[in-house]
Write a protein that binds this ligand. Sequence first.
Ligand code: THG
Length: 366
Amino acid sequence: MAEIVPSRRVRRTPFSEGVEAAGVKSYTVYNRMLLPTVFRSVVEDYHHLKSAVQVWDVSVERQVELRGTDAGRLMQMLTPRDLRGMLPGCCYYLPTVDETGGMLNDPVALKLSEDRYWVSIADSDLLLWVKGLAYAWHLDVIVDEPDVSPLAIQGPKADDLAASIFGDGVRDLKFFRYGYFDFQGEQMMVARSGYSKQGGFEVYVEGTKLAMPLWNALMEAGKPFDVYAGCPNTIERIEGGLLSYGNDMTRDNTPHECGLGRFCSTQTAIGCVGRDALLRVSKEGPVKQVRAIEIDGDLPSCDRLWKVTAGDRVIGQVTSAAYSPDFGVNVAIGMVKMTHWDAGTRIVVQTQDGPRDATVHETFWL
Ligand code: THG
């Protein structure tokens, strides 16, 4: 393929210099910013992520900041997850929905204080929706995109690497909690989270001053752990069932269809936009839902939606697929109608290279 040209609209990040020095081979665009997709090869990156530790430039996880006395009220308008128990220091994975209950984004939210939140968004313009709600409801809240660039440390040796930079205290962080840790005399927010199932951290780097110093310090301190630059890995995230907004789900889907019903307490999420619509679907249950799918044969690259058929009927779609070296099969994420969603059901996936037999799985692989 041809090259992507960065500009003000297709933004570089504070870590781009480090990413380029590490030999990034390809990018995608996410929230109008560069997101690396390959360093050595997708398969080499995959094995390395699962055995060592990687540093990921995930600056594309842009923050929507809500600040003001109505910040909490506005947060609850965004999601059917009940936020009443959310305390400062917590990260919550949040389905965010529109007035029909359709998925607008699936961010990680951080509560900084009673009147201040960061919403770490997936690839859609959630900022505009949040600003629109704040304006229409005359809320006392400021909504904007602060200059914050997350840097992820992911892999089985992530604790050792993070501890060598931030001290042994980071080892005690619980999953989806954050704390503040010193780096070169400044406090940095570090959370135990990240878009892999290998474990690790995300550092929310404010501004640009300490961005490359942190990148370089991690690369240097990581030498004994075989650190390398990395990025979200499509094989690993499919094995783990981590959904990709815009690929595996869109505004056409409810959280329940996405398998995110466990993050919804629609009954008690008073004030959530789309609550009435979601109360209906949560009572009746979805008629199609996300499933792990194992596909037989050789696969072309999954760069488009693949219809799923049974006989001459379309009964679903596959939106992410890759060959898994560790499991020795093609792993995939799709959405299947309830008539065909039971584990073991045989279905057919219509790729651009022709039909492939496939099986619905009970659970994801990781
Ligand atoms: N971290 C941060 N921001 C993000 C992402 C991230 N923004 C974009 C994107 N990723 C949002 N999507 C997800 C999807 C899955 C998870 C996090 C963000 C995730 N899921 C856990 C799982 O499925 O195992 C469960 C989380 C839970 O149990 O609460 O971590 O990665 N900052």
